[in-house]
Design a protein around this ligand. Sequence first.
Ligand SMILES: C[S@@+](CC[C@H](N)C(=O)[O-])C[C@H]1O[C@@H](n2cnc3c(N)ncnc32)[C@H](O)[C@@H]1O
Length: 572
Amino acid sequence: MRGKQKAKRLKRTPVDCGDLWGWQCADVAVSMDWEKLQRAFDTLTSPPLWANKLSFQKVASALPLECLDSGLDGSASKLSIWAATSRSDPSGSSFKSSPSFLVSSAIAMQESAATGRGWYARAPLDAGVMLLVERPVVAVLDGEWRDECWAECGSSDSAALGIELARCHSASLALLLSGFHPQEGAATNGADSDEEDEPMLKAAMKEAVDNAWKQADISKAAQSRLEDVVRLNSLGFYTNSEQLCHHDNFAALTGNGLFSLASGFNHSCEPSVQRYSLGDLTMFVTNRPVEAGAELCISYIESELLCAPKSLRSQSLNRDFVCACSRCKAEGSLSDDASAGRRNFMRVDSQVQAKLALLPPQERVKAVAAALQGHLDEGEEEPEEEEPVEDEAGAVGSDHHSVTEQPGARGPETAATAATTATVVLLGKDAQELRVVQALALMQMEDWQGALQVWRQNAAFTCHHCPPFDEALVVYAMQAALCNAQIAPRGGAAGIDYVHLAVEAHRRAFGADNFVWRYAKEVAESRASPETKDAFRRAAKEQVPRSRPFTEVVRDWCFKEDEVPPAFQCFS
Ligand SMILES: C[S@@+](CC[C@H](N)C(=O)[O-])C[C@H]1O[C@@H](n2cnc3c(N)ncnc32)[C@H](O)[C@@H]1O
């Protein structure tokens, strides 16, 4: 088996948690040494990444996490990983090597009866406050296991991380992980099993995991719990995932890891914290003002899926819990258009996007327009059919409720017909992907006005259906700014300052003022003319980012009602 060979070749040194420590600081973003990190990131990514065989170790050692704060106002203090997770230090930490996290002194980990450990605000927080930067205790890059025969199986990312955990397993790591969910001896539902997986490949994946654990020499019960720990706590990291050139330039940095402090964030369908990554370094930033004492939650699902009906959100979560967030509680057990009757989901995955990319731009624009009306091209795969979802009350799509009060949120079909006929459902997240393809094709055709309209629709979707200051807003604002500058080099006719909107959205979403650096590649790869790009760069450098409430930012976009796409659409 190939999995077995890799397990032998890549045996790692055990993790010593006595070496893991970080800084607690008053202002995490100000304390970080961004200049050093940015220089290191540029060096790591300057040759084309796909030409390098990157390993997680190489990425982690290339990207420094350093704290300037001890020299700023002296408010930063060193914390062992045990103290940071509110546990007593078993052996005395050494504070050797470099820190693995910077955490804000305005947050604390606490226990709650309903959801176990969670992070809470100790003081009122504004939107755009960086709470935590952390690198994983154990992680693996997708590129390190993508050649395994079982790579396409469901849960292969968990299997790969489990193998990695087995390779660097140690007594102190076991002790650290003993504090993670689920508690030892607690029952959890089984691992995902994708019925479509080829049985031979699934067996190969299991064998690779078991072989790795054999070398760690632990009991079957301990192995099974650690597999649950991986499945229920791991977080993916994706560098610049909101950027449209991400797939080619930064995909080699994508991976999956176990984060000691961040594993304490519970999920909410109305999250107050969002995250982004540079390599394995993952930053957690508030997206709205938070009162002292309130819980700080992230979303375990894509932000574009948060506007989907409750039944689809919980299906997408696919975890060991029924979501107890306040929004799910308020929604009760409702059925909805998207979960009524038989549903065929239009999936706009990388294969569909690759097929669209082969079309000349004019045809691509037409194909996307048809897809947005529920028509897949003959060349496309049949939509995926799923069984109806039962809500908690056991009713299958018997009642109609719209998911949102936003204009146009209801699809063109009524609940009555959706319940009896096979319905094609286009989720908002897939419609957003389609519009990105459409806008890029329009830019290729130099139809700047058409492209600007589509970027505005995507921004309108993000503003109306996603959590505030969602990262995607930055890239839509930036593309809108480039189109606008092509149309009217001395400022758009509508008087909307898209450059300023992009810089402000970035400051709030990322918690740091490094827009020009982070978007350098995105601007360079745009279809806009060199003069427009230069003008954009100059204008962006001059901006002093504002920190206004989200409603004021949305007001500045001047969206018309018919520009706001629906949260999802059903077509018969
Ligand atoms: C990554 S851990 C989060 C921290 C966890 N509460 C702990 O005690 O370590 C994920 C687990 O927390 C619980 N959890 C997280 N979000 C929840 C939610 N919205 N509703 C109910 N349980 C939740 C679930 O048991 C889930 O598997």
